[in-house]
Design a protein around this ligand. Structure first.
Ligand code: HEC
Ligand code: HEC
Ligand code: HEC
Ligand code: HEC
Ligand code: HEC
Ligand code: HEC
Ligand code: HEC
Ligand code: HEC
Ligand code: HEC
Length: 443
């Protein structure tokens, strides 16, 4: 109380000056008018005064008007206590009026939870809103470390902001899917801030280059994951995922099913290795290609398998199968393309070739069984279709050649006919001229 008083005494002259300037200028009238519009019956001395205070003490009407709490009719007092009807700083912010002062970082979760973990209270506003954020938060690394006295971790306001706190669906919310990664990066990409911890600070850099970031940001596919999709919003992991390393299977169901029955499942578990992440990484997941499998330079398989072991042999075999099918599809595609450009009708085999494409796509999923025999079945199906379509393309080209020869013959025939016709006409003309000449002699 004494400290507050001393502090107040120190800044009050400046505040008084500001207030005097403002009372005689249009700015006070403006703030008051708009404040009245937002909350017609309520006075808010906190906002009146704080909207003209500098730096962290300043909370403007404009800023607070975007806050979901302000929009739902809550005020400064709802969180900070105090008396918003009193213009006097000392009275408005007196302990007697229940003023709590600045909320310390470590106390923020409790403050938010005083409403958000109270189902009876929250139901009055929005019955569909969850009320387990604090319970969940306590299970996260952030929550656990906060409980242990570490105030550098994220509390509610670090992710949600404060005084312009918007619902997650608002594109400007700090927890909107498109903004989450930036929100986390404020700490997690700051090597200086994180220097006292033993974890890397490259998650944001890696994620920004990933297929997931690309799907979400470049293509607007909000079903692609961002940080909190994999790590959970409040808990240590998303609902139904016991370990973050297994989160991939919630979306990539087929790969996960095949992997779980593959020889790697048991081998990786025994070695304490995560599943998908071992080959694809966790943040910088790039577009895979056939290069990733086999025994070549970019293949992941050679990280563990060496020449002579069954995995090495299988890797080479699986790569060869994929390459073979891709090559067959390519040659079928090329010959059908040539036939099409020469005006031949090949729409049917073209359509069928998409089945071979599908088989190749499926093969790239099937490799996750890590059983060459299973892969072989998909490859064979694709190869048969590709071969049939190649034959159809070849036939079309032969037909085109045949037609070209036929056309050549007809052209020659027509030409010969034209020459014959001309000779005949000349012959008649010659006869006519001769008759005319004979007639002239007789005259
Ligand atoms: C007449 C101006 C005035 C009014 C009215 C006023 N404040 Fe303040 N407030 C200040 C000043 C000046 C400070 C900074 C003094 C200090 O640090 O103790 C401050 C500090 C604060 C702080 C930070 C305290 C801290 O420990 O750093 C909070 C929170 C706050 N006010 C909230 C409110 C609320 C809520 C109300 C309304 C119930 C309110 N204020 C009314 C001028 C005002
Ligand atoms: C939903 C709850 C909530 C509401 C509503 C709210 N605040 Fe706050 N306010 C907080 C929290 C939490 C903090 C601490 C933020 C932090 O730790 O960074 C805070 C911090 C502050 C501070 C101290 C800033 C600093 O860093 O010293 C001031 C001043 C303040 N609020 C004023 C207001 C005023 C004025 C209003 C009304 C216009 C208001 N608050 C409405 C929750 C709220
Ligand atoms: C005095 C009670 C109260 C306090 C304290 C409070 N809130 Fe709220 N909060 C509400 C109410 C009421 C709503 C509006 C719910 C609705 O109608 O959707 C809300 C809405 C929200 C929403 C938007 C939910 C949605 O999806 O629409 C978020 C996020 C939120 N609050 C976070 C916080 C955080 C973070 C804190 C602490 C800094 C906090 N709240 C403190 C009462 C409170
Ligand atoms: C690490 C970041 C982070 C922290 C810390 C955090 N939140 Fe959230 N919060 C989120 C994200 C992300 C969402 C969901 C966004 C979405 O639905 O797309 C969310 C959603 C919410 C919602 C909307 C309803 C819901 O549960 O989906 C409320 C209310 C909320 N948080 C309150 C809180 C409270 C209270 C705290 C502190 C106990 C807190 N949050 C801490 C990131 C965080
Ligand atoms: C205010 C800074 C801050 C923000 C914002 C923040 N974090 Fe953290 N986070 C930390 C600190 C500090 C730790 C503790 C590091 C440790 O103990 O290894 C941590 C720990 C973690 C961990 C556990 C790391 C481990 O040790 O395995 C995860 C996962 C995590 N944060 C994810 C996120 C996500 C996702 C977001 C955004 C929604 C986020 N954090 C936002 C500061 C922050
Ligand atoms: C596709 C899922 C996914 C996304 C998206 C994702 N992570 Fe992770 N993250 C993981 C996995 C898996 C781990 C490894 C967990 C383990 O080994 O237990 C991890 C580990 C971490 C760790 C622990 C330290 C480390 O690097 O190993 C932090 C911190 C972290 N992630 C933060 C983030 C942040 C921040 C973002 C967004 C920029 C993010 N993650 C996006 C899946 C993801
Ligand atoms: C929330 C759902 C979700 C989660 C969780 C998820 N992904 Fe994805 N993933 C997607 C979406 C959506 C795409 C984009 C697909 C596209 O390009 O059309 C994608 C693309 C990919 C691709 C590129 C595939 C392609 O054909 O383009 C790979 C590889 C991948 N994810 C691996 C992973 C791994 C490994 C994890 C776990 C660490 C993971 N994903 C977690 C939804 C998810
Ligand atoms: C032993 C290494 C390895 C493991 C473990 C692994 N993958 Fe893959 N994954 C690959 C290879 C190699 C490719 C490239 C296939 C190709 O394009 O020829 C691939 C391709 C993919 C693709 C894109 C290709 C497609 O269309 O399916 C996705 C998505 C994917 N993997 C997800 C996963 C998920 C989810 C897991 C865990 C359940 C996982 N992977 C585990 C090696 C692995
Ligand atoms: C992180 C290490 C690791 C990576 C990477 C890896 N494997 Fe394996 N793989 C193993 C282990 C361990 C086994 C268990 C049997 C063994 O020790 O050879 C195994 C077994 C296999 C088997 C069964 C062999 C048998 O005994 O019949 C096949 C097939 C296989 N791997 C294929 C691959 C292919 C293809 C790739 C690349 C896409 C790959 N592996 C990448 C570690 C790995």
């Amino acid at each position: 109380m004494v400290i507050l008083h001393n502090k107040l005494r120190a800044v009050l002259p400046a505040v008084m000056l500001l207030l005097v300037v403002c009372m005689t200028s249009p700015c006070r009238a403006q703030t008051q008018a708009s404040a009245l519009q937002a909350h017609p019956q309520a006075k808010n001395s906190c906002l009146d005064c704080h909207s003209i205070l500098p730096d962290e003490l300043g909370v403007t009407e404009e800023k607070f008007s975007h806050d979901i709490h302000s929009q739902k009719g809550l005020t400064c007092v709802s969180c900070h206590g105090g008396d918003a009807n009193d213009d006097d700083a000392g009275q408005a912010m007196s302990r007697k009026a229940g003023f709590k002062g600045k909320i310390a970082h470590k106390d923020v979760p409790q403050l938010c939870a005083s409403c958000h973990s109270n189902p009876a209270y929250m139901r009055q506003y929005n019955p569909s809103l969850r009320t387990d954020q604090l319970d969940q938060y306590k299970t996260s690394v952030h929550g656990k470390r906060l409980a242990a006295g570490d105030t550098k971790v994220a509390v509610c306001v670090d992710c949600h902001s404060v005084h312009d706190l918007r619902p997650p669906s608002d594109p400007q919310s700090k927890v909107h899917p498109l903004n989450v990664a930036t929100t986390c990066s404020r700490c997690h990409a700051d090597a200086n801030y994180m220097s006292s911890y033993k974890i890397p600070t490259n998650q944001f850099a890696g994620y920004s280059k990933s297929v997931h970031h690309n799907a979400m940001v470049a293509r607007g596919d909000l079903s692609a994951p961002t940080c909190t999709t994999c790590h959970g919003n409040h808990a240590a992991s998303p609902p139904g995922v016991a370990n973050v390393a297994n989160v991939c299977s919630t979306c990539h169901v087929f790969q996960a099913q095949l992997f779980s029955s593959s020889p790697h499942q048991e081998a990786f578990t025994a070695a304490g290795l995560p599943g998908c992440v071992t080959c694809h990484s966790n943040h910088e997941i790039v577009q895979p290609s056939d290069e990733l499998i086999g025994t070549g330079e970019k293949a992941v398989c050679t990280q563990c398998h060496t020449d002579g072991d069954p995995g090495f042999t299988a890797a080479a075999q699986m790569k060869q199968q994929l390459t073979q099918l891709a090559a067959s599809i390519k040659s079928a595609d090329e010959i059908l393309g040539r036939a099409e450009r020469s005006g031949m009708e090949v729409s049917q085999p073209r359509l069928e070739l998409t089945q071979a494409h599908d088989a190749l796509m499926k093969s790239r999923v099937t490799i996750h069984s890590f059983k060459p025999a299973l892969l072989e079945a998909d490859i064979k199906l694709g190869m048969a279709t590709a071969a049939k379509d190649y034959e159809a393309g070849k036939k079309a080209m032969e037909e085109r050649n045949f037609r070209r020869v036929g056309l050549g013959f007809s052209l020659v025939a027509i030409l010969l006919m034209l020459v014959g016709l001309q000779m005949y006409i000349r012959h008649i003309e010659r006869n006519d001229r001769r008759k005319e000449a004979v007639a002239g002699i007789h005259q």
